[in-house]
Design a protein around this ligand. Sequence first.
Ligand SMILES: Cc1cc2nc3c(=O)[nH]c(=O)nc-3n(C[C@H](O)[C@H](O)[C@H](O)COP(=O)(O)OP(=O)(O)OC[C@H]3O[C@@H](n4cnc5c(N)ncnc54)[C@H](O)[C@@H]3O)c2cc1C
Length: 431
Amino acid sequence: MSTSIFTNDFKPQPYWWDDTPQPASNSQVLPEKVDVLVVGSGYTGLNCAIQTARGGRDTLVIDSQTVGWGCSSRNGGQISGEIKPGYAELQRKYGKNQAFALTREARIALDWVQQFIHEEQIDCDLRPCGRFNAAHNPRQFQQLVEYAENQPVGLEQDLRIVERQDQASEIDSDFYQGGLIIPAHCSLDPAKYHQGLYQRATDSGCNVIGGCEALHIERQQKGFIVTTSLGKLETKNIVIATSGYTGRVSPWQRRRLIPIGSYMLATEELNAALVQRLIPKDRVFSDTRKLVVYFRRSPDSRRILFGGRVSVFESDPVKSASALRQEMLRIFPQLYDARLSHAWMGFVGFSFDYLPHLGEQDGIYYAMGYCGSGICLASYFGNRLGRQLLGDTEARIAFNDVDFPTRPLYNGKPWFLATAVQYYQLRDRFI
Ligand SMILES: Cc1cc2nc3c(=O)[nH]c(=O)nc-3n(C[C@H](O)[C@H](O)[C@H](O)COP(=O)(O)OP(=O)(O)OC[C@H]3O[C@@H](n4cnc5c(N)ncnc54)[C@H](O)[C@@H]3O)c2cc1C
């Protein structure tokens, strides 16, 4: 008789929601008029709204689902200040100065988000744990060594190479071929962080309404009329903060965003000594595969939280949990008897150039496309966008100067994704 891989009280929803249910709307009534309407109540939207409300603008945040329902309450809680393209690639595309400015800006975002959390006294289990980026083959290990030894001048950071024979101090697994420690990266509880932002936003005077979908935006001479599922309202400014969930209401942004599913699971509570043995230093982990997996301990160190993209086509997270578990067991066969208590997924917003973007198009402000590094980038971009909307010229960042590309015939439905995933699956086996 086969035993279930799920616990009896298994939940097909984020582990984080057990302790931190999504905040309720602080208002039920759609006003007739506001100064700033923010569409999307995740890190981007709330960070932006905090700034505009504190700057004296009457600010409303709406979300088509419950407040914070998107990626911001369901991510892995791993904070990095990295953008996907490497320095050499950025230099080729944008020149030396811009490559430097973009890479540096992402590092600034990493420092900024930690400082912001401390200053705002947001209780979200923020930990300066460091990351272990694990090499999935010897060739990738060599690439990590080269990366650590050839850091661009002026952008050097503390990086430590760990050889395969020494990696037991970092991870109780033979799966990897060594790796790179990035001490500056950290972890938090994403839903607690989101809840803290929600409290700061509402304390600053914002109204936040869940279950209110923006359906249509009509430009007026001064401002906009926005049709929502709860009625119409007038707004001077509008901010699109919908990232991987960007839909028809903002077609220009939708044509530039690729929603990519990322899947996660949580094990049931494990023996504390086992968790300690698997990940001795409580670091966050990712690996060098294109179809990256990422994992960490839960903040109470009783579970393993494991994530990755495991399916070619988007699928029910409960169905894909089995494939994700297999991936986890390849790294930690010690978890064979561990049942799963939670499995969930969300849509990460990718851009065609793998860079995050913010700016203004046809009078509509937007920030999105963090390509999986949204905790610090969405927070920082939201904050800077809010300040830009207030007219603060010092809030401009290097990313303001980067075009947001699309592709001919792309309308927001990534028909090419399944082929790309299959290609990357193959590539990860050989490169
Ligand atoms: C499984 C998973 C793991 C991840 N792990 C990490 C990680 O470890 N580290 C990291 O840095 N990043 C991670 N990310 C990415 C990160 O969570 C996101 O980049 C970030 O939360 C984006 O925040 P946001 O506010 O821009 O968007 P979201 O938090 O996704 O919010 C967008 C909101 O817009 C709403 N919306 C959409 N359309 C409308 C409309 N028409 N009207 C009203 N509302 C609308 C949606 O309902 C949604 O709530 C992960 C993502 C996922 C899914």
